[in-house]
Design a protein around this ligand. Structure first.
Ligand code: HEM
Ligand SMILES: *[C@@H]1O[C@H](CO)[C@@H](O)[C@H](O)[C@H]1NC(C)=O
Ligand SMILES: *[C@@H]1O[C@H](CO)[C@@H](O)[C@H](O)[C@H]1NC(C)=O
Length: 366
């Protein structure tokens, strides 16, 4: 105990005068909920219930400025109809054969691509020529987290497309968008109302990828509604898009370290089960996000929010919006909204031949 206290004091001394960034939100129950560490990716530390600090120091970034809704009218449904008519089937075939975990990984990959530098496959780059900073995939939201099998599927698709259409290049950014659309369909259509939806294409691949940007622009699980709304607004997405797209947390998994601090806020039996698994395996143990239908992309997420059976602060905080009650109804409205929101997200920061290229290998610039 004495050693622990000494460690905390040393930590405090090392951090120096930490100006904790409290947001002005009063919608959150405790101050711990409104301080943001590393964009909401690191859990703040509370000391003697008196003050709250960020391990490693506080964020000093100003809140992001809002953007107009994304718009890329030059993207076309069936962009490869003539140049590579089988392009979308080739991707779809690989996604259909992949497991639900890879499907979840692909949907998340699209989100993490689009929110940082736009939907330009910047998340796939291993290095950026001329930069000492590591790339997005090494940032806290991505490292040891984005699924290797999702990266592998994109590479396999790229190879297959190069073989099928040697003269046409299909961009890595479009492959991610197609694969995320296909995964949404295969995981969402089995038992419910998710229809196959068109995904416009014609994106170019970017040449810039920066770790720090991924950490600043992807909202973290310790964020409250105000912080999430700001981070989506910075990409031109509104509160409805935020709540709609968060429904992707009805599939895939998450590590205990992102939610064990709020077990007491959850439905007690649900929390007990999580506590057992997390205690046994530690912070890096993975649990299903949706305890009920873990491999189905459906509106169960919204029922879980109402039942206090969701993992993150960023999930629970959506309960105060009107959208949750609406999407919890089994009328197919969430599935329709999800398809539209995925398409809208796919318009963020799209590159053209003027500021992008079509990569030969998805993990490297040409
Ligand atoms: C609203 C803010 C969001 C936050 C704070 C957030 C945070 C997270 C976190 C912390 C994880 C677990 C990562 C790990 O334990 O390694 C996760 C998983 C996941 N997220 Fe989100 N997320 C958000 C929005 C979204 C959106 C918009 C999508 C897609 C449309 C999405 C799709 C997923 C999927 C599919 C997984 C499971 C991935 C897998 O199993 O490989 N998330 N998210
Ligand atoms: C490609 O074909 C589909 C199906 O016939 C059609 O809906 C789409 O508009 C076409 N796109 C282009 C760019 O020709
Ligand atoms: C806990 O782990 C067991 C065994 O791996 C698993 O069957 C169960 O679904 C897990 N519970 C939760 C809440 O993830």
């Amino acid at each position: 105990m004495a050693a622990k206290l000494a460690a905390v004091i040393t930590l405090l001394a090392l951090l120096g005068p930490v100006a904790c960034e409290y947001s002005k939100s009063n919608s959150s129950p405790s101050p711990r909920r409104s301080i943001l560490c590393l964009g909401g990716w690191i859990r703040p530390i509370q000391i003697l219930k008196l003050f709250t600090i960020c391990p490693g120091g506080s964020d000093s970034n100003p809140p992001p400025a809002p953007s107009p809704p994304p718009s890329a009218p030059w993207l076309k449904v069936g962009y490869y109809n003539y140049s590579c008519p089988n392009a979308e089937y080739i991707v779809r075939d690989l996604v259909e054969k992949a497991g639900p975990g890879t499907g979840a990984g692909l949907i998340r990959l699209f989100f993490h691509d689009c929110f940082v530098q736009g939907c330009d496959a910047s998340v796939l780059l291993d290095a950026m020529p001329g930069s000492v900073e590591q790339t997005e995939k090494f940032g806290a939201p991505n490292i040891n987290s984005l699924r290797q099998s999702a990266f592998d599927l994109i590479d396999a698709a790229k190879d297959a497309l190069k073989r099928a259409c040697p003269k046409t290049q299909v961009s890595c950014a479009d492959i991610i968008a197609f694969a995320a659309r296909d995964a949404s369909y295969f995981l969402g259509s089995k038992y419910n109302k998710m229809e196959y939806f068109p995904m416009p294409a014609g994106r170019y691949d970017g040449k810039v990828s920066l770790k720090r940007q991924a950490e600043q622009e992807l909202p973290g699980p310790f964020s409250n509604l105000q912080q999430l709304t700001l981070s989506f607004a910075a990409k031109g997405l509104d509160e409805s898009d935020l709540v709609t797209l968060s429904g992707a947390h009805s599939i895939g998994n998450a590590r205990c370290l992102f939610f064990t601090d709020r077990l007491s806020e959850m439905e007690p039996k649900f929390a007990d089960g999580l506590n057992k698994n997390c205690t046994r395996g530690g912070g890096n143990t993975r649990v299903n996000q949706d305890y009920k239908t873990p491999d189905v992309l459906d509106n169960q997420y919204y029922k879980n929010i109402l039942d206090k059976k969701v993992l993150f602060t960023s999930d629970d905080t959506l309960s105060s919006t009107a959208h949750v009650g609406k999407f919890a109804k089994d009328d197919g409205s969430w599935e329709k909204a999800f398809a539209q929101a995925m398409k809208k997200m796919g318009d963020i920061g799209v590159k053209t031949s003027a500021n992008g290229e079509i990569r030969n290998i998805c993990s490297r610039v040409n």
